[in-house]
Design a protein around this ligand. Structure first.
Ligand SMILES: Cc1ncc(COP(=O)(O)O)c(C=O)c1O
Length: 514
C-alpha cells in the first residue's frame, strides 16, 4: 500500500476547522498510519506547504517574531516527515504547462508507484487512474482489507525504509562517471570486512561466483572432491562442479538441517580437498567438530554464508570461521542489493589477492592477464546500495529475531516441528522453517488465509536433472529427502508488522485445530 498525500489532504489534518469539514482526510491519514502503509509527499509540495503554514501562523500570531514563525513552520514540515517520505520530482517528468504543480505531483507518485490522495477535483478527473479521493480511498482499503494478503517477503517495503539513502547513492554513482571497481566497491569491501571481523573482503558478481572463485583460487579442480551438505540450495554444489571437482554430499542433522559433522569423516577420500559448509536458513553450523576434522585431514573449510549475514557461532561472525566464505547479496537476502551481488571474506591474504585477480579477467594490471579469469565484479551501484543498508543490518536481524521468538511462543504447543537452536549459536533468521508431514496441505490452507509461504527447497540437488550423471537416486539421502518433503518457510522479514505476525500465527494455529 503506497500513497502520496496532496497538500489539501495534509492541511485538512492540521486545522480544526478543516478537520470538521473534511473528516475523511483525517480518517485516511490515520488509517494509513495505523496500517504502516508507505506514505509519501511530493518534493514539489514542500515549499508550498511551508509557506501556507508560515502564513497561517503569522496571521494568527502577529506578536511572534519572524524567526519564531519560521521555526514553527519548520517543525510542522518535520512532523509530517515523521511518517511521510519525500518522493522527488523525477527529471523525466512530462511537464504539463497548464498545471505545473499537478504534473509534478503525479510524476512523483508514479516514480514511487504510489496513488495520489487528493480532494482536488481537477486532479481526480484528469488523472483518474492514479488519483483517489480520501473517501474512496477509505472504501478501497476497507474492501482490500477483507482479502488481506501477507507477502512472504515484501522487498518493496524493505527497500522503502532506505529510500533516501538509496536515492542518494544512485545519484552519486550516476554522476561520478565511474561504474566498475571504483571507490564504492572499495569502501563497501572495507565496511563488510569490518562487519564480518576479517581483514579481507572482495566484492564479486553474486554468491555462486563468490564460492566458485574461492574453490578455483584454492586450486581445486578435476579429480578433486569437496564435501558439501546434501541439504542445501543447488548453488553450493554448482560452485564445485564449475571447477571440474566433484561435490560429495553428506546428510544433515535432522534437528538443525545443517551438515552433520559426525557423518563427514566417512565421506572423506584421498581426493578430498575441502569442506564447503552452509549456514542454512541463517543458522550457523556446528563448526568446532568440523574445524577439528579439517585440521586433522589437511582440508580447507569454505563457508557458504549466503543466508547468514551477521550470524554468530560462539561469538564469532560467520564469514570469519573458516579459511574463506562466500556471501550472496541477492535482493531477498538479509543484506540484499537491488540486483545481483556477492563477496568473499577471508583471513587469508593470498586467497583474497587471487580472488581479486580471478574476478577481473585474471588481471592485476590492465590488459595483462596472468590466468584465465572471469568477469565477476560487484557493481559500483550495488556496492553503493549495500553501503546504505549495511549499517542497519543488525537492527533488521534483531527484528527478525523478535518475529522468530513470537513464532516460537505461539507454536510451542501445536503439532509442527520448530527450529532447534543449539547452545552457542546465534542465528539471523533468514528463513523461519517449520516441518510437518502434511506440509502441502498446510501451505494450501495458509494460502486460503492469504498467507504466502515458500518451500526451501522442493527438490534436493542430488535429485535435480542437472546432477543426473552423478548417478544419485531417490533414497540415497533419506534425511535430506524427508526435510525437502516436510519443510515450510513462514513469512519472515524486518518489515513484517505485528498485525501480520498475528495473522500468520492465527492461520498456522487454525490448521492445527487452534
Ligand atoms: C545457500 C546459498 N548458496 C549460494 C547462493 C547463491 O547466491 P547468488 O544467488 O547470489 O548467486 C544462494 C542464493 O540463492 C544460497 O541460498
Amino acid at each position: 500500500m503506497r500513497y502520496l498525500l496532496d497538500i489539501n489532504v495534509l492541511l485538512d489534518c492540521y486545522d480544526s476547522g478543516r478537520q470538521t469539514r473534511f473528516p475523511d482526510s483525517v480518517n485516511i491519514v490515520h488509517t494509513l498510519r495505523e496500517l504502516s502503509a508507505d506514505i509519501f509527499i511530493s518534493s514539489s509540495s514542500l515549499d508550498n506547504l511551508h509557506f501556507i503554514k508560515w502564513k497561517a501562523i503569522k496571521d494568527e500570531n502577529p506578536q511572534f517574531t519572524a524567526r519564531v514563525i519560521y521555526e514553527l513552520a519548520n517543525r510542522f514540515i518535520a512532523s509530517i516527515l515523521d511518517y511521510a517520505t519525500i518522493a522527488k520530482t523525477p527529471s523525466y517528468l512530462a511537464l504539463d504547462y497548464d498545471d505545473l504543480e499537478d504534473s509534478q505531483i503525479i510524476a512523483s507518485a508514479q516514480a514511487v508507484d504510489a496513488k495520489v490522495i487528493t480532494r482536488d477535483q481537477g486532479l481526480l478527473e484528469k488523472y483518474s487512474d492514479i488519483a483517489v479521493s480520501p473517501t474512496n480511498c477509505l472504501l478501497e482499503i476497507q474492501q482490500s482489507h477483507e482479502q488481506i494478503s501477507i507477502s512472504f517477503l515484501d522487498l518493496k517495503k524493505i527497500n522503502q525504509c532506505y529510500m533516501a539513502g538509496l536515492e542518494h547513492a544512485f545519484d552519486s554513482v550516476i554522476n561520478s562517471g565511474w561504474y566498475i571497481l571504483g571507490k564504492e566497491v572499495e569502501a563497501f569491501e572495507k565496511a563488510f570486512a569490518e562487519y564480518c571481523e576479517v581483514p579481507y573482503c572482495v566484492g564479486v558478481g553474486n554468491g555462486l561466483e563468490a564460492l566458485h572463485l574461492i574453490v578455483r583460487a584454492y586450486g581445486i579442480g578435476a579429480g578433486d572432491e569437496v564435501i558439501v551438505p546434501a541439504n542445501t540450495y543447488i548453488a553450493t554444489w554448482l560452485a564445485i562442479s564449475y571447477t571440474g571437482a566433484r561435490p560429495v554430499p553428506v546428510e544433515p542433522c535432522e534437528a538443525t538441517y545443517n551438515i552433520d559433522p559426525a557423518r563427514i569423516e566417512a565421506a572423506l577420500t584421498p581426493n578430498t580437498k575441502a569442506i564447503l559448509l552452509v549456514h542454512l536458513y541463517g543458522q550457523p553450523v556446528d563448526f568446532d567438530p568440523i574445524l577439528d576434522l579439517a585440521q586433522r585431514n589437511g582440508l580447507k573449510i569454505i563457508e557458504d554464508a549466503a543466508q547468514a549475514h551477521g550470524a554468530r557461532y560462539r561469538g564469532k561472525r560467520v564469514g570469519s570461521l573458516g579459511d574463506a566464505a562466500g556471501f550472496s547479496f541477492y535482493p531477498g537476502k538479509n543484506l540484499g542489493a537491488l540486483g545481483d551481488g556477492g563477496a568473499v571474506t577471508t583471513h587469508d591474504a593470498a586467497l583474497a589477492e587471487q580472488v581479486r585477480v580471478l574476478r577481473n579477467y585474471g588481471s592485476r594490471v590492465k590488459y595483462h592477464n596472468d590466468v584465465i579469469g572471469y568477469n565477476s565484479r560487484l557493481d559500483e551501484l550495488q556496492a553503493a546500495f549495500l553501503r546504505v543498508k549495511l549499517p542497519l543490518l543488525d537492527a533488521d536481524n534483531a527484528r527478525r529475531k523478535t518475529i522468530a521468538q513470537r513464532y516460537f511462543n505461539a507454536f510451542a504447543d501445536i503439532g509442527c516441528i520448530l527450529p532447534i537452536i543449539p547452545e552457542g549459536i546465534d542465528p539471523v533468521w533468514h528463513l523461519f522453517v517449520i516441518r510437518h508431514p502434511q506440509r502441502n496441505a498446510l501451505q494450501q490452507f495458509l494460502a486460503e488465509w492469504g498467507i504466502n509461504t515458500m518451500i526451501h527447497y522442493p527438490i534436493p540437488p542430488h535429485l535435480q536433472s542437472a546432477y543426473i550423471d552423478s548417478g544419485f537416486t531417490e533414497g540415497d539421502f533419506p534425511v535430506t529427502e524427508m526435510i525437502h518433503r516436510e519443510v515450510l518457510s513462514l513469512p519472515m522479514g524486518p518489515t513484517l508488522t505485528d498485525a501480520e505476525i498475528d495473522r500468520v500465527i492465527a492461520g498456522v494455529r487454525a490448521f492445527f485445530g487452534g
